[in-house]
Design a protein around this ligand. Structure first.
Ligand SMILES: Cc1cc2nc3c(=O)[nH]c(=O)nc-3n(C[C@H](O)[C@H](O)[C@H](O)COP(=O)(O)OP(=O)(O)OC[C@H]3O[C@@H](n4cnc5c(N)ncnc54)[C@H](O)[C@@H]3O)c2cc1C
Ligand code: SF4
Ligand code: SF4
Ligand code: SF4
Length: 405
């Protein structure tokens, strides 16, 4: 079996096939939506079938384990503030780096392209902190991970569930020195949309971009914003219902087709750890609810459980009930998001309209006076505590609805 048997809509772009090909005759090429897909050079292919054997969509083995669920907060408040949720990733990374290991995760290159990379020092953890809501490019990372494992170094690899499955399938055997962390995953947006978004920033500000922070906790964990810092130090800071990157992502217009019928995620995972947001902390562990964020963590097997015990020194930890709490919080742990009925129309418009033109067409309410006033009031509502109370009430209602099923 080789990967040409896989229908395009199911390919998650994990690149395990490219990493495994002994003839190096697979390249990952962008399609018209900007997502990478494997292209086989048929003249070089010897039909060995390796690419099909490692494809997690064609051959994934379901996990058979009984995860333990926890709520965690990184004790280092600076690392937690610069993490998406409670900073579990930073704690796992610190543990592995302190043991002399190395960490693979997702950062930006000099042009803000989102891609996998490696760090070897605790001072570099922040390069990988924060979710980047764009599909990361794996390149030949799995080959490099294999080399590191072979040399005896401890390795932490972090990525989407399909990237972790891609790595495990590529490796083809267990390693005592490997830990993997995947995420509760709603889907990954198009790198082409991201590129257009970055150009929009450069054009409208007349400046270069110095830093991008998805999910900045300016107004607390419950009301995160997109922050872009320009080279002169000035800042753009807008919430989910105003920033186009977050708006088009949250309304399911720009994720990869495979994310709408995900074949790899589930409650039981082959990864060591699964991390996600946790919105109902005020009910589950009120003493941990300080508005800066907590992570829900699943410790998926015995090997991971032994490491988790050693990570506790970096973390505040509360136990959760796996069946009850993941049902309340983890819709995206198991189910796939539904694509917007306007997704195809939006991609057809992507080359024709400007970013503002797209927003005016698909989210005209962004520009309404009422919403502009709401935005102006946000800092005041945050300072007076009203924003947190409002968000808490909303989350409580959502949690009650989820618990009722
Ligand atoms: C695309 C995406 C969708 C998500 N969807 C959900 C969801 O629906 N529900 C939910 O509860 N949680 C979701 N998460 C997870 C959540 O946002 C946090 O990443 C998670 O809670 C861990 O937070 P943290 O504070 O421990 O670490 P973080 O600060 O989030 O640490 C970042 C880690 O995430 C990895 N990462 C960042 N960007 C990417 C990327 N583009 N692709 C692969 N890995 C990446 C980095 O390698 C790093 O290890 C999603 C994350 C991403 C990246
Ligand atoms: S069948 Fe073998 S040679 Fe051909 S593309 Fe797949 S891995 Fe490469
Ligand atoms: S899912 Fe991954 S391994 Fe399978 S064809 Fe797509 S990129 Fe290759
Ligand atoms: S939703 Fe599924 S296919 Fe999409 S990135 Fe997440 S794990 Fe991969």
């Amino acid at each position: 079996m080789n990967i040409t048997e896989l229908v395009k809509k199911d390919c998650c772009g994990c690149s395990a096939c490219m990493n495994s090909c002994p003839r190096d005759c697979i390249t990952m090429k962008p399609d018209k939506e900007g997502f990478l897909y494997p292209v086989v050079d048929e003249k070089q292919c010897v039909d060995c079938g390796k690419c099909g054997k490692v494809c997690p969509v064609l051959t994934r083995k379901p996990a058979d384990n009984q995860p333990k669920a926890y709520l965690v907060r990184n004790k280092n408040s600076d690392l937690r503030q610069s993490s998406t949720s409670g900073g579990f990733f930073a704690a796992a990374a610190e543990y592995v780096l302190d043991e002399g290991g190395c960490v693979y995760g997702v950062g930006f290159d000099e042009d803000f392209k989102v891609r996998h990379d490696m760090i070897e020092s605790v001072s570099d953890i922040k390069k990988f902190n924060r979710s980047k809501y764009v599909q990361s490019e794996i390149g030949l990372t799995y080959r490099k991970v294999k080399e590191m494992l072979g040399s005896g170094r401890m390795v932490l690899f972090s990525g989407t569930p399909c990237q972790v499955e891609g790595l495990l399938s590529y490796l083809g055997r267990d390693y005592d020195n490997l830990y993997t962390m995947d995420i509760i995953c709603k889907g990954v947006p198009s790198p082409k949309f991201w590129k257009k978004y970055l150009s929009w920033h450069r054009k409208k500000s007349g400046r270069e971009i110095r830093e991008v922070r998805f999910r900045e906790k300016t107004y607390g964990y419950g009301s995160t914003t997109m922050r872009v810092i320009y080279d002169d130090g000035s800042e753009y800071d807008e919430p989910f219902d105003v920033d186009p990157m977050l708006q088009f992502y949250s309304k399911e217009m720009i994720s990869r087709p495979s994310c709408y019928n995900c074949k790899v995620k589930g409650k039981h995972r082959n990864s060591s750890f699964t991390a996600g947001d946790y919105w109902y902390v005020s009910g589950a562990a009120p003493s941990m609810d300080d508005g800066i964020g907590v992570s829900q963590v699943l410790v998926n097997d015995e090997h991971a459980a032994a490491a988790f015990e050693k990570m506790r020194k970096y973390l505040d930890v509360a136990e959760l009930d796996f069946d009850r709490d993941s049902a309340i919080n983890g819709g995206m742990m198991v189910s796939s998001a539904k694509p917007s009925p306007r997704r195809d129309e939006m991609f057809a418009d992507l080359d024709k309209l400007s970013m503002q033109g797209l927003q005016r067409k698909y989210f005209p309410s962004t520009f309404k006076l009422k919403n502009r006033i709401k935005r102006q009031l946000r800092p005041l509502m945050y300072r007076t505590g009203l924003l947190r109370i409002y968000k808490k009430r909303m989350r409580k209602k959502q949690s009650e609805r989820a618990a009722r099923g």
